[in-house]
Design a protein around this ligand. Structure first.
Ligand code: ASP
Length: 307
C-alpha cells in the first residue's frame, strides 16, 4: 500500500507527494517533492524561506532525508542562502561519501550542485527579529550589539511553544520502499550554529523498510538525547505495535522531563502502511495529515496525546 503522512504544516505539500506515489514514483521523491512547497512558502515561519532567524538575525536551515532499503541518508545543518535544504540533503547522500554537512561546507556543495539560491530572511522575519531585540535587550546592551556573550540570550529568547516548527514527511511507495524527510529553520532565536534533531539521523527521523519509519517535531534537544526516531523503529523491530512503539519512545522522553521546554510529537508509519502519531507535552490540538498513494484526498487526523 502506497501512503504518505506529514505533520500539520506539511499540508500544502502532501498532495504533491501523493501525486508522485500515484504515478508509480518512489518514496524518496515523494518526500522531497512534498517538502518543496513548505520550504518555499514564506508564511511558514519554521521551515525554509520565511523561517524565523537566530539570535544574530540570520536564517539557518537544517534538513535530513533517508531511504529505508539500504539506510542511506544525507543531512545538512545551519545552511544559509538556499531555497531547498531537503534537496541539498539528498545531494549529500547521493554525491558525497558523507552523511552530514554543515555551514559553509554544505553551502559549497549547494553551489557546486547549482541549487537555487534564496534570501530566506523575509521582511517579516527581519521585523520579528528587530522587535525581539528592541523589546528584550536593554538600551546599553543593544548599543553594543552583538554582545560578547550570546549564550544568556539563548535562554532569554527561548519561546519554544510559539516559535517551534518543522515539517516531516514519511512515505511508503507501491514497491514497499519507505523514506523520511525533515526540514526546519529550528528554534527561533537559537544560538548561531545550533542544530536541532532535524538533521540528526536517528533523532529527527529514521526509516528501515523492514520495520517502519518515524520522524519528530518539537524540542529537538530532547529527541537527540533519547534517539527518539531510531528508538521507535527499534521498538517495532522488537515486536511492539506501532502505537506501543511510539508510547515506549515517549516513556524514554519522560525520563528527560526535567529539561522539557516544549512538546515533542512523533509521527510513525510501519512497514505495512499503518500510521500513528503521538504528542508528548502541551499542544492545543496535535494533528497530522495522511494521504493514500492510490486515491482520495488527504485527511487531517488527530494524534494521540500524552501530557
Ligand atoms: N525539532 C525542531 C528543532 O529542534 C524544531 C521543531 O520541530 O519545533 O529544531
Amino acid at each position: 500500500m502506497a501512503i504518505v503522512i506529514c505533520n500539520e504544516v506539511g499540508g500544502i505539500g502532501i498532495g504533491h507527494a501523493a501525486r508522485v506515489l500515484r504515478a508509480g514514483g518512489d518514496a524518496l521523491d515523494a518526500v522531497e517533492r512534498g517538502i518543496w512547497p513548505v520550504e518555499s512558502d514564506p508564511r511558514i515561519h519554521s521551515v525554509g524561506r520565511g523561517g524565523w532567524p537566530n539570535l544574530l538575525g540570520q536564517v539557518e536551515l537544517d534538513a535530513c532525508i533517508m531511504e529505508g532499503a539500504h539506510l542511506r541518508s544525507g543531512a545538512v545543518g545551519a545552511v544559509r542562502g538556499y531555497l531547498h535544504p531537503i534537496t541539498l540533503a539528498r545531494r549529500v547522500m547521493e554525491r558525497t561519501p558523507h552523511v552530514l554537512l554543515v555551514g559553509e561546507g554544505a553551502e559549497r556543495l549547494a553551489a557546486e550542485c547549482g541549487l537555487e539560491r534564496a534570501e530566506n530572511l523575509t521582511r517579516e522575519g527581519a521585523a520579528f527579529w528587530e522587535h525581539w531585540r528592541a523589546s528584550a535587550i536593554p538600551g546599553d546592551e543593544a548599543r553594543a550589539w552583538p554582545p560578547d556573550a550570546l549564550a544568556p540570550l539563548a535562554w532569554r529568547a527561548a519561546d519554544p511553544v510559539h516559535t517551534h516548527g518543522t515539517t516531516v514527511f514519511l512515505a511508503r511507495d507501491g514497491r514497499g520502499h519507505m523514506a523520511a524527510g525533515v526540514s526546519t529553520s529550528g528554534w527561533a532565536l537559537k544560538y548561531p550554529g545550533r542544530l536541532g534533531d532535524s538533521p540528526i539521523v536517528g533523532a529527527g527521523c529514521y526509516v528501515d523498510d523492514r520495520y517502519g519509519a518515524a520522524a519528530c517535531i518539537g524540542q529537538g534537544e530532547l529527541t537527540i538525547r533519547a534517539g527518539t526516531a531510531r528508538s521507535v523503529v527499534l521498538y517495532l523491530k522488537l515486536g511492539l505495535s506501532l502505537s506501543d512503539a511510539c508510547r515506549e519512545a515517549v516513556r524514554d522522553l519522560e525520563h528527560l522531563a526535567a529539561d522539557r521546554l516544549s512538546f515533542v510529537m512523533i509521527h510513525a508509519l510501519d512497514a505495512s502502511g499503518e500510521h500513528h502519531a503521538l504528542c508528548w507535552g502541551d499542544h492545543e490540538s496535535p494533528r497530522y495529515w495522511v494521504c493514500s498513494g492510490e486515491q482520495g484526498p488527504a485527511s487531517l487526523v488527530n494524534a494521540g496525546h500524552v501530557r
